[in-house]
Design a protein around this ligand. Structure first.
Ligand code: UDP
Length: 474
């Protein structure tokens, strides 16, 4: 059978953890596979059903449907304990519960939707926080791929750490620097927080270590990055455990493409009025600040940023996502009132639209990889204020590898003083370094667009991945 014909019948199942930043890159990869003629299904958790897909008319007692369809992609839900009588009080407990309930529930969904039908499931793609999916795939003899959703640099660091290929800090030698191929020398403050000897426990390091110790179960490792951005480190892994870049998997509008082609979910409703406010600000003047969906800054951290913003007297758009919906923000008293002519504080904004707005000068970020890729594709320089997990390393990439901005100097507790924030803002907005960051940002913006265009590096990698899926499905 000609491969074009065969492709018509082949299905790919994407399996994603319950986070917007995990599901959206997966869906965008799915969209590319769809346009190349494969059938695509997403499986995610019941929590996502409740937060995103549940109709407003449904009651809590209504059962989760076995599948729904969104933007031409079928979505299945597997059990994570959400909505059951089990009380989940921490991220660690949630991770454990998914690991316990997920495999059986996903296996049964695969049987019902694929194996008991005439559909041919040719490949399963998972992401890092559901490493057990590789075992489910193996039990059905279906080839498995992983979509790595952090920089390739992090993939290389974790791989080398979990496979004992290099020396990393230990309790006996906590201050040593780490030298890895394709990366600048890394101090402990530049390493992912999970690898620090003071912090090796918890469910997140556990699932990462499981994944990296069982890489052999994966036939392909794909990455939400692009070759031109991380060439040295990608090449350094080529003979060890290659990673294939297929990104940036960001909304098409950021890549100069038709936005109506986008596919993605929104777990929180953005406050769109900030766009109108941006329309009234001078070009390249606004400091955009966001710490993503999970980080909750302390009152002390918020206070130092607030004072720096006031002293800089520059326009700002600041996203502060409250821990719970109606929580009062622990901002200094009177701050919002006193700065209402200068800036805007919102609980959530349409970030990808904000980043491309001509009024934006720079982005103070916690260095989550989705935010960074969005800024790179928008051509926006960054100030890195990392907190945990991959963020410290990502901040190092911003300053010392990509040349896209600066990392704030933090004290031992991760705190940054007002003067440091103020200094960074000035340096990003005026002067020769600001010019240089802007020049580098436009260069990488162009490179990102080229990577996903016809014959670009990521486009070619997706095509070869599809060809291999088709080839191995004989
Ligand atoms: N985001 C958004 N509005 C906001 C802040 C963030 O839409 O006000 C989106 C942002 O565009 C990105 C995601 O939330 O896609 C954050 O992902 P990231 O990996 O940067 O950080 P995480 O939330 O996982 O820590």
């Amino acid at each position: 059978m000609a491969s074009e014909d065969k492709r018509e019948e082949l299905h790919v199942l994407l399996v994603a953890f319950s986070a917007q930043g995990h599901i959206n890159p997966m869906l965008r990869l799915g969209k590319s596979l769809l346009t190349k003629g494969l059938h695509v299904t997403l499986a995610t958790t019941e929590l996502v059903y409740h937060r995103v897909f549940k109709p407003s008319t449904a009651t809590d007692d209504d059962t989760v449907p076995t599948s729904i369809t969104t933007n031409g992609i079928q979505v299945l839900f597997f059990s994570d304990g959400f909505g059951s009588s089990l009380k989940i009080t921490s991220a660690d407990e949630y991770m454990e519960l998914i690991g316990k309930l997920g495999p059986l529930s996903l296996s049964s969904a695969i049987k019902t939707h694929f194996l008991d039908t005439s559909k041919k499931l040719a490949c399963i793609i998972n992401n890092p926080f559901v490493p057990w999916v590789a075992d489910v795939a193996a039990s059905f003899k279906i080839p498995c791929a992983c979509l790595w959703i952090q920089p390739c640099a992090l993939y290389a660091i974790y791989y080398r750490f979990y496979n004992n290929l290099d020396q990393f800090p230990t309790l006996q030698n906590p201050n040593m620097s780490v030298h890895l191929p394709g990366l600048p020398s890394l101090q402990p403050r530049d390493l992912p927080s999970f690898l620090l000897p003071s912090n090796p426990f918890g469910s997140f390091p556990k699932v990462l270590s499981e994944m990296f110790q069982h890489m052999k179960k994966l036939k392909w490792v794909l990455a939400n990055s692009f070759h031109e951005l991380e060439k040295e480190v990608i090449d350094s892994m080529a003979n060890i455990c290659p990673i294939r870049t297929v990104g940036p998997l960001v909304p098409p509008s950021l890549l100069g493409q038709d936005q109506s082609e986008d596919i993605g979910i929104e777990m929180w409703k953005p406050q769109d009025s900030c766009m109108e406010w941006l329309d009234h600000q001078p070009r390249s003047s606004v400091i955009y600040i966001s710490f993503g969906s999970l980080i909750v800054l302390t009152a002390k951290q918020l206070e130092s940023i607030a004072s720096a913003l006031k002293r800089s007297n520059r326009p700002f758009l600041w996203v502060i996502k409250p821990k719970e919906k109606d929580d009062i923000l622990p901002l200094p008293q009177g701050f919002v009132e006193e700065t209402k002519e200068q800036g805007m504080v919102v609980p959530w904004c349409p970030q990808t639209k904000v980043l491309v707005h001509p009024a934006i000068a720079c982005f103070m970020t916690h260095c989550g990889w989705n935010s960074m890729l969005e800024a790179i594709t928008a051509g926006t320089p960054m100030i890195g204020y990392p907190q945990w997990t991959d963020q410290p390393t990502n901040a190092k990439l911003i300053s010392d590898v990509f040349g896209l901005g600066i990392r704030l100097e933090q004290d031992g507790e991760g705190f940054v003083g007002t003067e440091e924030v103020e200094r960074a803002i000035e340096e990003m907005v005026v002067g020769p370094r600001a010019e240089e960051f802007r020049r580098k940002a436009s260069e990488l913006k162009r490179a990102a667009r080229e990577a996903v265009a016809d014959c670009g590096s990521s486009e070619r990698n997706i095509q070869s991945f599809v060809d291999e899926i088709v080839g191995t499905s004989d």
